[in-house]
Design a protein around this ligand. Sequence first.
Ligand SMILES: [Fe+2]
Length: 388
Amino acid sequence: MPYYRSVGEVPRKRHTQFRQPDGSLYAEELMGQEGFSSDSSLLYHRYAPTAILAADEFTPPAFTRAPNLPLKPRHLRTHKLDAGSADPVLGRQYLLANDDVRIGYVLADRPSPLFRDATGDHCLYVEAGTLRVESPFGVLEAVAGDYVVIPTSTIHRLVPTGEQPVRLLAVEASGHIGPPKRYLSVRGQFLEHSPYCERDVRGPDTPLLVDGEEVEVLVRHRRGWTRYVYANHPFDVVGWDGHLYPWAFSIHDFEPITGRIHQPPPVHQTFQGPNFVICSFVPRKVDYHPDSIPVPYNHHNVDSDEMLFYTGGNYEARRGSGIEQGSISLHPSGFTHGPQPGAAERSIGADYFDELAVMVDTFRPLDLCDAARNCEDDGYAWTWARRG
Ligand SMILES: [Fe+2]
């Protein structure tokens, strides 16, 4: 997605004869976005990527969605959702959702099925553990702190690889996720004021060839879910090139933008999606004006719901609120939020914040899913009014 890559063997000219050792043609596939008017890649398969043997309707795990009523700031404790054995795709417990984005959480200890989401890109944040992302583009290894962006319709399998299960926050878009446009040149190069650049981005670098026949692939598509049986394993690509592929970026490579006085929230933006943004709050030197107040002012993001996932360090503005590792706060449009009582005064003189958090701000309201109700801290809404 961010820049051109070429992996494995590809012919010198696109759309020309490219033959296998037995003399037959490799099956060329163009995978492209926005009606082939945007990013694309060309993949060379050993087998026809079209050969399916069966198709059945599939019923995925169900979840409910209900409006945030009465309108309240919410605190969700994701680690309270830890269940038994789960896979990183079907085991996701959805917390918050609207028509643009679904946000789920999973503690996963076993590989997912082969899965294709034809409805949008996924951005996975690895809170803990290690994960291998397998796809026709190759393998991408991810560790704690990594974001992994998986483009729409990429058949993939997620494999926890460590001794401990992997903890994932999954942001699933109804559309495409990429770097903020303002950080890119007209031709797509990261600009000098971007908090990250090409050197921080990783992609698959060798082909992944899996032998096998008659393999199942689950597909989420625009009108439901279908289970296909493919005649050949889809990881049969000997080479590909283009700008469209799964990629990873570590939150620890995000260079914070700091200043003498409090910097506005957009400086933390890391990705943009359809009607939402993803931001990173990372350890950083804080505001250094002699009279600065390092924690944020009370604010009302009037067109957005703000979801914040606390994934490391100490989040200074939330001290005393019950927020812990793995917590999610939801501060919706229609409610003014700000630091907990005493936090502004306490922050004066601080020169460093050791905090790590992932924020998703959505332009449309986020509904609460049943898993959110199951891990909610009911007292959070009243923590600003504590007396004494
Ligand atoms: Fe906020």
